[in-house]
Design a protein around this ligand. Sequence first.
Ligand SMILES: N[C@@H](CCC(=O)N[C@@H](CS)C(=O)NCC(=O)O)C(=O)O
Length: 210
Amino acid sequence: MKEVVLYDYWRSSASYRVRIALNLLGIDYTTVPVNLLEGAHRRPDYLALNPQGLVPTLVIDGKTLTQSLSIIEYLAELRPECGLLPSDILDRQHVRALAYAIAMDIHPICNTHVVAHLMTIVDETDAREEWMKHFISDGLHRLEAVLDKLDGQFSFGDAPTMADLCLVPQVYNARRWGVDMSGLKRIVDIDSRCAQLPAFQAAHPDRAKP
Ligand SMILES: N[C@@H](CCC(=O)N[C@@H](CS)C(=O)NCC(=O)O)C(=O)O
């Protein structure tokens, strides 16, 4: 396999998802930090790679891949035995639904450029914190209600799937913004189970920080 390169930002949850996936699959990769705070994702060299100007971007097998979930699905299809997506079509739908509840319902409204725009149209200095806390907490409580109906050690079943790859970074983010996690027992339990696994540990922002 040619060199695998992940363009990421240490605190980006979409990048964190892909780091966990690569670690779980045992794929060696090097990272190129794209500093969102310095606007590196809007510079021409990065836009040439990822015209959306978002992280992550993965270069693998000589191909340039964008969008964290489609990258994870690519890896899952490349290595079906890894179990990131279940083999059963209905189980796969359930895993995608859990992953999308985070990646499509919570994450986009809490993205850097969204909240940066909010701060240009409101006067309250604490609007950013309020916004993040509100939408992350609301989204996680809805997800908790779904997870409560499912058994298993992880989000879906007894091994990590794409759903956990989305959950763990979102929980990291929730804690960072001071979301009260007390009503989210199932989520907290799954997160601490994942935290025991080396693939999740190695992907943690504290380890990814340049
Ligand atoms: N749907 C995309 C979202 C990627 C995304 O929004 N990444 C964030 C970091 S987590 C980003 O690049 N934000 C830059 C910005 O908002 O300007 C994916 O899953 O890859």
